[in-house]
Structures are given as structure tokens and as C-alpha cells.
Write a protein that binds this ligand. Sequence first.
Ligand code: ADP
Ligand code: ADP
Length: 226
Amino acid sequence: MADIVLDGVDKVYGGDVKAVDDLNLHIEDGEFMVLVGPSGCGKSTALRMIAGLEEITGGTLAIGDEIVNDRPPKDRDIAMVFQNYALYPHMTVEQNLAFGLKLRKVSKSEIARRVKEAAGMLGLEPYLKRKPGALSGGQRQRVAMGRAIVREPRAFLMDEPLSNLDAKLRVQMRASLNQLHERLGVTTVYVTHDQVEAMTLGDRVAVLRDGRLQQVDTPKRLFDAP
Ligand code: ADP
Ligand code: ADP
């Protein structure tokens, strides 16, 4: 089970900037939750606290029944995908996908199995022997997602993963993300400032403003309201 439960979570930067203010949010196991709102509303900070990349200054954060406030990122068993996918330029796609698993001492046969499966899901099979320099932006973003998938984490966190892609690729990648989520069913928290992305991807959407949660509901109820 990987519910993610934020209970009265605060983040204060430098003693006076309240980036996140009393955030209460229960992300269900297997749910695709989108955090949406204008620049500076605290989305990235909230996500980075879930990842353990940013300390919480108040409240509690639980992942799957365990309070993780003081747990470092590596002990949280979650994977994060950023907008600036940092791939290793000297490694092939296959090596990029396998690298994190090698570090974790996963067996060769298991690595091969997971790389094959992720490449299949992401349509990366034709590019496995290429290096990132010979890929399009969309293909690179797929490799970055592949690196998260092969870890088989209990949750994915994504911070504006499509914002460096052009409009056509964004549409394609939204469809791929929906398919992936249907197949894997992994709890996902996805940050964007784009309402269309929020609507097409989220099981539910949490709207933030000035660090506070304004609304959380299904896209249909949020955006089609009479
Ligand atoms: P968003 O992701 O919605 O654009 P952020 O979480 O990046 O919002 O930022 C929320 C607020 O916190 C903003 O006012 C921002 O300037 C501030 N902030 C973010 N990161 C830091 C930081 N490392 N130090 C100080 N202030 C920060
Ligand atoms: P985003 O809107 O995607 O969060 P930003 O440009 O606001 O992107 O932030 C990029 C990085 O800079 C983040 O790591 C954030 O924590 C940090 N940051 C944002 N605002 C501030 C700030 N006022 N002081 C210091 N660091 C900040």
C-alpha cells in the first residue's frame, strides 16, 4: 500500500516565506493526483517534501502507514521525474535504464527483464543502443520515465515533466502517461501549471494558491462545474 498522507504540512523558507501552509491531502494508493496552480503557489515544494528533498517545517507526512518526516529520500522507495531529465550522455539508452539498478545490486537477469519491459511500455526498443544525443526531446523524456519505472517504486513523483516539449509531443506524452498509469497503477503525484494537463491526467486534481489547498476533486467536477 502506498497512500501518501499529508497532515497539516507546512514549509517555511528562511524564517518568513510560507511556501506551503497547512496542507491536508490524502493521496490514495494507485491514484494519479495532480497538483496544479500558478507559479510560486508551492507545488514543487510540496512534491519535494514528499520526495524528501526538502525538510518539512510542520505537520506530518506518511507514505504507506509510516511517518517519513525524518526519512531520507533513498529510504522512501519512490522515484522522481524532473523536467530536466538528466541522462548520462556517454551511456546508451539501455545503459541509462540499467544504471540505477546496477548500483542497487539487482541481478543481471532481473535488470534485463525490467529494462525490456519498460522499453516495451515506452516504445523505446528501437533506440536501446543509441546515446541520448541521438534522441528527440520526447524520446529523452521517455528514457527519464523509464529510469523511474525500472526501479518499481511504490510511487512516482513528477515535476512538470512535459514542459520542455513542444505542443504536439505534449499531447502524445499525455496519452502515454495515461496508458502507463493504467498499466502500472502506481500512486503518482504530478505537478503542473497547465490546466489541460491536470484535466487529462488526474484522477483527482488539487488546486493550490499561495501555499494553500483551495480545492481537491475529480477533473470533471472541478472544471465542468455549471
Ligand atoms: P511552484 O512550484 O508552485 O512554482 P514553489 O514551490 O517553487 O512553487 O515555490 C513556492 C514559494 O516558495 C515561492 O514563493 C518561492 O519563491 C518560494 N521558494 C521556493 N523554493 C525556495 C527556496 N529554496 N528558498 C526560498 N524560497 C523558496
Ligand atoms: P518552479 O516554478 O518549477 O518551482 P522555480 O524557477 O520557481 O521553478 O524554482 C527553481 C528552483 O529554485 C527550485 O529548486 C526552487 O526551490 C528554487 N527557488 C525558487 N524560488 C526561490 C527563492 N525565492 N529562493 C531560493 N530558491 C528558490
